[in-house]
Design a protein around this ligand. Structure first.
Ligand SMILES: [Zn+2]
Length: 406
């Protein structure tokens, strides 16, 4: 069994005197960070150990912090540079794909009331009070504990943050994996061609960047294949790897955001089965089709394993007619789709972005936990009778009065 990390926000109650102590400590700590930062930047030294060796004594003597607080200030600088560098690397992949200028790392500076990253040696969380190191010695403060604060939790790190006129602790707690609870609501995810993923909340992830990368590499590949020299073959292998890594990164980013959206609202994630996806991708040919099938498959896999790790339930529903069904009244008809991007219900007049409508259907089907909720014996249209035969289910839908005798 693995572990799950989450961040819990606790409010601290501090008297005016205690607030002054916390501010003074924050200011001194961030001043130390600002002394470390230029050295780290000019020497491109972002490892904790390397910076400690280089600066520990100097920082300790100059700023009068405790040994542990000195180490924590150095670690904050090193960690900030490492995560900023990672973020820039990710951004540059997208910028390169769009042929836009890249960003580069610049020297970081730390605000005087920026967070202090405490660890267990300088901050301990008791049942009702937190004991916290300041320049004036340790102080004990009351804090508000949210109802969902996990009982079995190991605190990894705690950041002291000044925000909205109050002091807060952002505690990173580690809890053992739990069997995901049966959620009553789901976040529906529609996988598509123009938009690689669309959620029932209306968030859209465009496949524009990956598609541009694919086309650009496709053209380059054509040229190199014609050339056929040894160096051309070497370049071919190189660009294949680069393209693959770009797609993997994109899918990691998308899946992570989808998991966060579901987890933050205690919902499950609903996906359609592969049949529904294939129904919509068979219109594509060749490279493009292979690319999209591959991307779908990988994104699904990422969502599933990340959800499991985060304790979020995933439900796969029948993907039949999710794009032709009205998410408002459940009426199914091919005519509900005037074009690829739009949805307009012939029965109730509901209009919506087609992908968001489909994602809502996916969410609704998972919530009722039934394979499919479409069928009308009255309308007798081809789609409806197919759906009926396939799934053997009959559910009430809007009477087909406004359909006009179809
Ligand atoms: Zn409708």
């Amino acid at each position: 069994m693995g572990c799950m990390q989450s961040v819990t926000k606790l409010r601290l109650f501090a008297s005016p005197d205690e607030r002054r102590m916390l501010f003074a400590t924050m200011e001194r700590y961030n001043a130390a960070c600002n002394a470390v930062s230029p050295v780290a930047f000019s020497e491109r030294e972002f490892s904790n150990i390397g910076l400690q060796k280089r600066l520990y004594r100097h920082v300790r003597e100059t700023f009068g912090l405790s040994a542990q607080m000195t180490l924590l200030a150095i670690r904050k600088v090193a960690g900030s540079y490492r995560s900023t560098r990672e973020a820039i690397k990710e951004q540059n992949k997208v910028l390169a794909a769009l042929s836009k200028p890249r960003k580069s790392l610049t020297e970081l500076s730390f605000q005087e009331h920026g967070a202090i990253c405490y660890d267990a040696r300088v901050l301990s969380l008791g049942q009702n009070r937190v004991s916290i190191w300041t320049l004036d010695g340790r102080i004990k403060l009351r804090y508000s504990k949210p109802a969902y604060f996990p009982a079995v939790a190991t605190i990894k790190q705690t950041d002291l943050v000044y925000q909205d006129g109050a002091f807060w602790l952002y505690a990173t707690v580690e809890t053992p994996d739990v069997e995901p609870a049966e959620p009553s609501e789901y976040l529906g995810v529609d996988l598509g061609v123009v938009n690689i993923a669309t959620t029932s909340d209306g968030t859209t992830f465009s496949s524009e960047a990956t598609e541009m990368v694919r086309q650009r590499y496709g053209r380059l590949r054509g040229v190199l294949q014609k050339t056929g020299t040894r160096s051309a073959k070497r370049r071919l292998r190189k660009i294949a790897g680069r393209e693959r890594r770009f797609k993997i990164d994109t899918n990691h980013v998308i899946s992570k955001q989808i998991i966060c959206a579901a987890q933050g609202t205690k919902r499950g994630i609903a996906l359609e089965d592969l049949k529904g996806i294939l129904l919509r991708t068979t219109v594509m040919k060749g490279q493009r089709e292979r690319h999209h099938k591959w991307a779908f498959h990988q994104l699904r896999t990422f969502i599933e394993y990340k959800a499991r790790r985060a304790g979020v339930r995933v439900q796969v529903i029948s993907g039949a007619y999710t794009s032709q069904q009205c998410s408002a009244c459940r009426f199914v008809h091919p005519g509900n789709r005037p074009n690829q991007a739009a949805f307009r219900c012939l029965a109730c007049g509901h209009t919506e972005n087609a992908d968001i409508n489909a994602a809502k259907n996916i969410a609704a089907r998972a919530a009722v936990n039934r394979p499919i909720a479409v069928c009308s014996l009255d309308t007798g249209g081809e789609v409806e009778s197919q759906a009926c035969k396939e799934h053997g289910a009959t559910y009430g839908i809007m009477p087909p009065t406004s359909v006009g005798g179809s």
